[in-house]
Design a protein around this ligand. Structure first.
Ligand code: AMP
Length: 435
């Protein structure tokens, strides 16, 4: 026998219905994606689709060489032409690359984009942390104002509300800018160095390469030290202070609740001023409780050879959102309206054609292509949870009439075979076939 081949570690299969294993059923994914497209389009955001693979240098220069993402987690390979390429570990750099490449600034002063798709990081796996994971993200390019930051946070809040997720808290911070961050940076390094021995191994390394990352280390010992670390918000220069105050005021104007959390530094190098995270308190996620985050990156475009355009964005982890909604997964897929069953061999083609015609007419119809006994077909009908069944045999073909049997019980409804769709719709209070 030939050997079985398994999927790649950390990369999940998403399956429909109840087949899904540890992952939420694909219907839950579709439900959130649909909601995101709807909510984001209300805010005037258009979808972009960039390639899954980019020049490695794009991520090295934007995300930063010293970050875990670029330093340890990227899937990098050489293509047959000898180019160094990487599977994208995040969506902002590709979006910015595309913005610059297509000279979008020359065509519009304010650009609002969103994306949905897989990202790749070679991470240590656990619940809610995978090597291929999906993000829903948005970027707004061209506005430096606090209103833009808050619009994006509002969009996340409205999406979470639309899919019915509560108990997600917005954590807000500012990282300052080139004018004020260096002084803070120095103070932080001095402080952390004086506690070097108590830091975890990773943080001892971060202290040299990326000290701000120590602030969001999950290690308990590090957290205790971080609690007493200098607070970035006390170091902000006047313009950054004013921007932060404006963000807070506008969140209040919209009635969006948040907590100020000076430990929200984010893993990537390119952030300036506003950073934020949405954190869920839910056992399904364990320690992977951050469902999304984002911030302002006013310097990134120029650093990538583009125009000096301020920008802000966020990314939500779709895997984590689906885990939070997992229990409700089934309810996002509508059952079939109708199961068409074949009573006798001579009626097989007529039933097959009827099922096809009803689908043309917009109904969701199940038909057992394996054929088989009426009994086995009815078992299948039960399993699909179809609302009605219609059995087609010689008698029905000759009379042009049939019976819609409600699977949940109740009286059968007599129908003309030419008006099945209308009858199913009428019986379903006008909802059938519209999902
Ligand atoms: P980041 O780009 O690291 O800020 O991530 C944004 C969001 O993407 C996080 O809050 C998570 O919800 C999600 N995410 C990041 N990395 C992973 C991963 N390895 N597996 C699953 N979700 C992830």
């Amino acid at each position: 026998m030939s050997q079985k081949i398994s999927g790649v570690k950390g990369m999940n299969d998403l399956l429909p219905g109840e087949l899904g294993g540890d992952m939420a059923p694909v219907e839950t994914w579709q439900f959130i994606e649909r909601a995101a497209r709807e909510v984001f389009s209300r805010f005037g955001y258009g979808e972009i689709r960039t390639p899954m693979v980019e020049d490695t240098a794009l991520f090295v220069r934007s995300v930063g060489e010293e970050t875990d993402i670029v330093g340890k987690e990227m899937y990098t390979f050489e293509d047959k032409g000898g180019r160094s390429l990487s599977l994208r570990p995040e969506g902002t750099a590709p979006a910015v690359r595309a913005y610059i490449e297509h000279s979008v600034l020359n065509q519009e002063p304010l650009t609002r984009w969103y994306y949905v798709g897989p990202m790749f990081r070679y991470e240590r796996m656990k619940t809610g942390r995978y090597r291929q994971f999906f993000q829903i993200g948005a970027e707004a390019l061209g506005s430096k104002e606090a209103a833009q930051d808050v619009e994006l946070m509002d969009m996340v809040v409205q999406l979470l509300e639309q899919v019915g997720l509560k108990d997600v808290s917005l954590n807000l911070n500012s990282l300052g800018d080139d004018a004020c961050r260096p002084a803070y940076h120095q103070k932080l390094v001095d402080y952390l160095k004086s506690h070097r021995e108590q830091l975890c191994e990773d943080c001892q390394r971060r202290l040299e390469t990326n000290p701000m990352r120590v602030l969001d280390c999950k290690n308990e010992k590090c957290q205790a030290i971080v609690k007493a670390a200098p607070n970035i918000l006390e170091f902000l220069c006047e313009p950054c202070k004013a921007h932060f105050a404006d963000v807070r005021r506008k969140l209040d104007v919209l009635g969006i609740r948040y907590v100020v959390n000076p430990q929200i530094v984010r893993g990537l190098d390119y952030y300036t001023r506003t950073t934020f995270e949405f954190i869920a308190a839910h056992p399904a996620l364990g320690t992977a409780s951050t469902v999304g985050g984002g911030g302002r990156y006013d310097k990134l475009l120029k650093a990538l050879g583009g125009p000096d355009v301020p920008a802000v964005g966020f990314a939500l982890g779709l895997d984590r959102l689906t885990l939070l909604l997992k229990e409700g997964g089934q309810k996002y897929s509508a059952p079939p309206d109708l199961f068409v069953a074949v009573a006798d061999e001579g009626s097989a083609d007529a039933a097959f054609a009827l099922a096809s015609k009803l689908r043309h007419e917009g109904l969701k119809v199940e038909f057992d292509t394996r054929g088989g006994s009426l009994k086995s077909q009815m078992k299948r009908a039960d399993k699909t949870k179809a609302r009605f069944t219609l059995v087609l045999g010689q008698a029905e073909r000759e009379s042009g009439k049939g019976q819609l049997k409600p699977m949940a019980g109740g009286e059968p409804i007599a129908v003309s075979l030419s008006e099945v769709a209308q009858a199913v719709r009428a019986a379903g209070q006008g909802t059938a076939g519209q999902g």
